[in-house]
Design a binder for this molecule. Structure first.
Ligand code: PMP
Length: 368
């Protein structure tokens, strides 16, 4: 072991960092970004707003990002029908940062976080980063291997009595949304826990999938996290946010670094929120491509998991690692999420769907 490695905290020894490969390829469908560029009209507003704040960059930004919180509250109110105000909102550099704020405030040494695997790989990494004990719960689904079963979740929440619970709806990497009954039951079964519902992909859900924001009223320990990285086609900006009780959002000020959202980030996010309709305009197309991907891989004899997100988990592969490489050899990068016989494919443009389906079809059926 190198000298520096030996100095690392013991509980981090042997851990691996988050590691989606960033490769230059013609068809990149591995990190659930939007394949569509930011629309020209929005680019124009962004340029104007950056020009307006540039001379003032000698000063720190608004530490409480008041205008941005108000705009995010309006966006959620409009899209979920739940009346939210600025004090219900909190934001950070990506939803990873708001998740990290939650874990810093409510997790840590001697505390426990419960999640249900397979789910978003950063939930355990962020939790362990501050010494939280991670409990890898089972999804235990009778109705399909990847759905989270209510009874299974409740039993584990009761047994673990966690300080934090991570739910993910729609779930990454499986793609399915959670019934609100599961959220309510887990909340009641873990009476001392902060219950986080990670809704990074909420805007892509199939009709009839209400957001957990509809449960916030009267549940002070419930948190719903969102991001502009996916539906807003804004992954490069790094803007994630959450909605929770005003008391909870106020406590997050104890752990954030002062001025964590730069003036440029705030200005650019505000510009995009002003153009929310345009920014979200591609969702219909992406959902159609997701559904075409599901049908296309099924027609090849593979087993797609139904999806409420902008990606599809495809099962039925003989050897996922081998198929991943064979697709990459054809210029198509997808994600090996470490589930045997499965790969996750992001839904992009019609041309990208054609390319990934053609690349899969070109493989020897016994090697798909
Ligand atoms: N939650 C989930 C479920 C995700 O899949 C991702 C990104 N892959 C994130 C949160 C983090 O996204 P960001 O930090 O870009 O907001």
């Amino acid at each position: 072991m190198s000298e520096i490695r030996a100095l690392l905290r013991e509980d981090l020894q042997g851990r691996t960092p988050y590691g989606a490969p960033q490769l230059e390829v013609p068809v990149a469908l591995n990190t659930n970004e939007s394949s569509y560029d930011v629309p020209a009209v929005v680019v124009q507003t962004i340029l104007e707003r950056v020009a307006a704040v540039a001379p003032g960059l000698n000063r720190y930004p608004d530490r409480e990002f008041a205008q941005l919180r108000t705009a995010l509250a309006s966006y959620l109110t409009e899209t979920t029908g739940v009346t939210l105000t600025a004090d219900h909102l909190w934001a950070g550099n990506g939803s990873n940062e708001v998740l990290s704020h939650l874990v810093q405030a409510f997790g840590g040494q001697g505390r426990t976080a419960l999640g249900f695997t397979p789910s978003y790989s950063m939930h355990p990494i962020i939790s362990r980063g501050v010494g939280t004990t991670w409990v890898d719960g089972l999804r235990g689904a009778p109705s399909g291997i990847f759905d989270l079963d209510l009874e299974t979740a409740v039993t584990q929440a009761r047994e673990t009595q966690p300080d934090l619970v991570f739910l993910c709806s729609p779930n990454n990497p499986t793609g399915t949304a959670l019934s609100l009954e599961v959220v309510k039951a887990v909340y009641d079964a873990a009476p001392h826990a902060i219950v986080v519902v990670d809704e990074a992909y909420a805007e892509f859900a199939r009709p009839g999938t209400p957001s957990a924001t509809t449960l916030l009223e009267g549940r002070d320990r419930l948190v719903v996290t969102r991001t502009m990285s996916k539906a807003f086609a804004f992954a490069g900006v790094r803007l994630g946010y959450l909605a929770a009780s005003p008391e909870l959002t106020d406590l997050l000020r104890l752990v954030r670094l002062p001025y964590h959202l730069s003036s440029v980030t705030q200005a650019v996010a505000l510009a995009a929120l002003e153009h929310a309709d345009t920014m979200l305009g591609m969702i219909k197309v992406i959902k159609a491509e997701r559904d075409r991907l599901v049908e296309g891989v099924a027609a090849l004899g593979l087993a797609p998991v139904p999806s409420d997100a902008n990606f599809v988990l495809v099962g039925g592969l003989a050897d996922a690692g081998q198929t991943w490489q064979a697709l990459l050899d054809q210029g198509v990068l997808v994600r090996d999420v470490g589930i045997a016989h499965h790969l996750r494919i992001t839904a992009g443009t019609p041309e990208e769907t054609d390319a990934v389906l053609a690349a899969l079809a070109a493989l020897d059926p016994s090697h798909r």
